[in-house]
Unconditional design. Structure first.
Length: 235
């Protein structure tokens, strides 16, 4: 297997990992030249070393566009570096809810349904009929139903904070989804940029290979013509 020596670390790598300086994007090339000013388009670098400077270029680009990198941006960069999927990590996260939170969700779900409205309307009508018709307005809560108003006020006072607790939990879930969507979109954008660089490298590498093959074919054709000329002169 053929090897080459990197012009940056002076270490030996397989020739399949060799990347020419002229196939590197200008932004990444400038990042390399910050540490190695002598590096230019005629030099060679290994893919592993190039990936390090690509990540450094992306990190500096994010810091320039966004400002100080937040924890989300660092998480995205780590996932790119370790080749992890953010969507898989987000699906593995378990959102454990306490018993009180689960009850708050159930009460809020039931309190905001037509079934609750139907049951509660039936309860109110039954209460009024019982006191006005059955007990001739002399029962435990005659008109204007002071006890019923007290029960309704207590129910509203208890139901409101329960619904707010459920809404706060839903807002936390929405914020987590928004963070995950932002990280996935950012990771996709950065990986598309890196994919463009890799495609450019492959195209340039293929062009170099085609040129080398054409030169070899031209040399073989030239040798063949010279041989024919030699034979014709000898004849």
């Amino acid at each position: 297997m053929q090897n080459f020596i990197s012009d940056i670390s002076h270490k030996t790598f397989s020739v399949t990992e060799r990347v020419s300086g002229k196939s590197i994007r200008n932004g990444v090339l400038k990042e390399i030249q910050k540490d190695h000013p002598e590096f230019n388009e005629s030099h060679f670098i290994a893919v592993a070393e190039l990936n390090y400077y690509r990540q450094l270029y992306i990190q500096n680009l994010l810091a320039k566009e966004v400002g100080t990198l937040t924890e989300l941006e660092h998480t995205v960069l780590d996932n790119i570096n370790q080749n992890h999927l953010i969507a898989d990590e987000a699906s593995d996260v378990k959102n454990e809810a306490t018993r009180g939170q689960r009850w708050a969700d159930r009460i809020a779900s039931f309190g905001g349904s037509w079934r609750f409205i139907g049951f509660f309307g039936l309860f109110l009508i039954s209460w009024m009929i019982l006191n006005i018709v059955a007990l001739h307005n002399k029962g435990f809560d005659p008109y204007p139903f002071i006890l019923l108003n007290l029960l309704l006020s207590c129910l509203a006072a208890i139901q409101a904070p329960v619904i707010m607790m459920s809404q706060n939990r839903q807002e936390e879930k929405d914020r987590d989804r928004a963070k995950n969507d932002y990280m996935v979109n950012l990771k996709s954008e950065l990986e598309i940029r890196m994919l463009h660089e890799k495609i450019d490298h492959l195209i340039i590498h293929q062009q170099e290979s085609l040129i080398e093959i054409q030169q070899m074919q031209a040399d073989a054709m030239r040798d063949f013509i010279d041989e024919l000329n030699a034979r014709s002169n000898a004849a």
